[in-house]
Design a protein around this ligand. Sequence first.
Ligand SMILES: Cc1ncc(C[n+]2csc(CCOP(=O)(O)OP(=O)(O)O)c2C)c(N)n1
Ligand SMILES: CC(=O)[C@@H](O)[C@H](O)COP(=O)(O)O
Ligand SMILES: [Mg+2]
Length: 643
Amino acid sequence: MADTRTPLLDRVTLPGDLRTFSPAELKQLADELRQETVDAVSVTGGHLGAGLGVVELTVALHHVFDTPNDKVIWDVGHQAYPHKILTGRRDRIRTLRQGGGLSGFTRRSESDYDPFGAAHCSTSISAGLGMATARDLRGDDFDVVAVIGDGSMSAGMAYEAMNNAGASDSRMLVILNDNDMSIAPPVGAMSAYLSQIVASRSYCSLRELAKQMAKRFPRALEKTAARAEEFARGLVTGGTLFEELGFFYVGPVDGHNLDHLLPILRKLRGRRHGPVLLHVITEKGRGHPFPEAHAEKYHAVAKFDVVTGVQSKPQANAPTYTRVFADSLIAEAEADESIVAVTAAMPSGTGLDLFAKRYPERCFDVGIAEQHAVTFAAGMATEGLKPFVAIYSTFLQRAYDQVVHDVALQNLPVRFALDRAGLVGADGATHAGAFDLAYLGCLPGFVIMAPSDEAELRHMVATAAAIDDGPSAVRFPRGEGVGVELPARGVPLEIGRGRIVREGTTIALLSLGGRLEECLKAADALAARGLSTTVADARFAKPIDSDLVRRLAREHAVLITVEEGSTGGFASQVLHDLATRGLLDRGLVVRPMTLPDRFIDHDKPELQYAQAGLDASAIVATAVSALPDMRQARRLVPDSAGD
Ligand SMILES: Cc1ncc(C[n+]2csc(CCOP(=O)(O)OP(=O)(O)O)c2C)c(N)n1
Ligand SMILES: CC(=O)[C@@H](O)[C@H](O)COP(=O)(O)O
Ligand SMILES: [Mg+2]
């Protein structure tokens, strides 16, 4: 039976407690920390693989650096569970990603040991450089360490930051945590380049590292950064790309070997000049107790039994929207060979792994490079291809100018399949697809659709495939569909045409997307109170169905719009339409129901929607609270007004 005692970890409340540990004790601490991480994630589920790969690095960083005075910035933050355990959050680690519990990522409001919040990739070097610059301007003295994965190193932001750091010769340490994995196997020339560095050099022995460092940081030269720079350039032969960018490259180093990590980090701490890149090689999912049985060991897992390794995934009642999107796109691509698909490092998350299996030559994984993905698709569209950019709503935020300048402004028929629209559950606010309706809705020429069930999604994929005269987007939620029967092939919808799902007389609920079921439940509850309710499915956020909106406005006393998005989205389109046509001035009571003007933390999606005031009971409450206004409006304006 496995030893579950953690005597050394029990002695660590904050990193200061492990600074006096001997190397042997630190090794044992790392073992205990790994065990604790596995045990915690077995209870919560989450990003297990990345954290397991950086256990030794986490211990070494907190041992050598004076955190939180020295700043350690974890890129993405999904690998920070061991860091959380060592930085005063062990007592809450089994609340990770649960409502009211710890975030699954780093977060400034959670701890002084999280100097920068994250969850989207490749921000750490920029943030670190900002901190280093502030330090230097103030004349402070602390170290800044950015830990970034090989996958995240594929993003433009990382290079923009290195370009800036190298030129400004800023004192900071970038640790490239190279586990040769992104979520999927990493792609691209940079990934190949890193593999080539690793293949062409054996791990640096301590003696070699000492020699390398002595050459780079001789005492006399430490005084002037400029001379040191010249010195390094003179000495380092066969320089890496990082050296060309102005970094001093150290590595590759075995990231699981504390005997190597500790002296190197000690040497690098408190340096007085220039950016350094330390290249550590690690194994994602290192020490996972069930390596064979679970391919997901590399990235994220559901809750699991620590003894058997069996994951507790709920029984699926319907296919996921992601799956339906992928199957629908494949069906369209069978009929139209100009259809191509683009993902930014999320092949399985977006379902494009299935598309790639079927059409490998028509599927493009461009790495964690959302901006490039969009403009790349725009380029393909200019040549008559029909690109679908399959991307999470939250990650498209990074490519907004590309959407505006490269796609919308040129009216190019790029199709966006926006997965994870609305609230997403355990990943929380950083991953919520809250804003796409607002940020796309304001762009001229866009067609924006949102399915109320998976059959609708199938039709919308067919619709997007058929739209050839401008950009379009279909946004759909994380998780399972509602369980409706699926047509074998989608049929293009009439653009900008919604549908009435249930007829009533007093209250109209106009739903966009996945809240339709809640609207139907609300309609039942309102009917039970004697309030006859119409329920309509808008299907299109843009162009909105003006005829439908007009009809709902004229035939009902209260119109409530419901959407899984922020203000400025669908409701804004409807209100604008109503106001422009003078329909708001005729005694109609309108209530827009959107996500509230605050970020919603991680929780179960249904609880998040309850908090957001977007479930059936909130819809009922909104309708009921509108009744006094309705009565007032009706007294002021007779029913016949405007006819
Ligand atoms: C901008 C952005 N795009 C995509 C993602 C999804 N994502 C999260 S982690 C990850 C892979 C990161 O790989 P790497 O940096 O090598 O870290 P590892 O998981 O291997 O430790 C991806 C693509 C994201 N969080 N942010
Ligand atoms: C850290 C990250 O950005 C991804 O791993 C993300 O958590 C995946 O989310 P899904 O589980 O919705 O695919
Ligand atoms: Mg990686």
